[in-house]
Write a protein that binds this ligand. Structure first.
Ligand code: HEC
Length: 183
């Protein structure tokens, strides 16, 4: 008699006390969770809206992309070659108005070129400063100038600059010296 009825209590735990308490706990945890989430959202919200303003205001090396750089034939003036290619965004180049970039080194290879070729860490194939400039533009990863960020100089210039443009760039930069550059 007793044993068949003992089956009944089995169903009780599902509907009585403990489930209610756990439900309350779940609700409390949910409320806390929601409060924390909303706090996180409000903290996060401003950053996506701020980012575009930062990019507009600063030089932003990220603004250089292959889509924005036209083909440079080399028929342009030397200033136009640099400007079209976007080098001034990252480099200061003596004699080129507006080329005051600070991301990469000042392009005074007439002074620095030999130093790079003699650098124990130099792994490129250039034997002359002229070739070092060409190599630096076509294969920037060959040698990272100490103190400057790697993987920053674009690697796609080979598809944007004609041989003539590259030649003119190298001829110009190998003549620039620290001495004659103003700032
Ligand atoms: C997005 C930024 C950026 C742009 C654009 C850029 N460079 Fe650079 N460049 C760098 C950085 C950073 C370095 C130094 C790190 C390294 O060696 O890769 C560098 C290094 C160089 C060097 C080696 C300089 C030295 O003192 O040894 C040369 C030469 C050079 N760039 C030429 C150019 C030319 C020419 C252009 C345009 C056709 C150009 N760069 C465009 C960032 C840039």
């Amino acid at each position: 008699m007793d044993s068949p009825s003992s089956n009944l209590p089995d169903s009780r735990p599902h509907s009585s006390g403990p489930p209610l308490r756990t439900q309350q706990r779940i609700v409390t945890l949910l409320v806390i969770g929601l409060v924390l989430l909303s706090a996180l959202w409000t903290l996060r919200a401003p950053s996506p809206t701020r980012t575009p303003h930062v990019e507009e205001g600063s030089v932003a090396a990220g603004t250089i992309s292959p889509e924005k750089v036209p083909l440079v034939t080399g028929e342009e003036s030397i200033a136009d070659i640099f400007i079209r290619a976007g080098c001034p965004v990252c480099h200061t180049i003596p004699g080129i108005a507006g080329a005051n970039g600070q991301v990469g080194p000042r392009l005074v290879l007439g002074t620095k070129g030999e130093q790079r070729l003699r650098d124990p860490g130099y792994r490129g194939q250039a034997k002359t400063v002229h070739d070092y400039v060409v190599e630096s533009v076509l294969e920037p990863g060959r040698f990272i100038v100490p103190g400057y960020p790697e993987r920053t100089m674009p690697t796609w210039y080979g598809s944007k600059l004609s041989a003539l443009a590259l030649e003119k760039i190298a001829a110009y930069l190998e003549q620039q010296t620290e001495h004659e550059s103003v700032h």
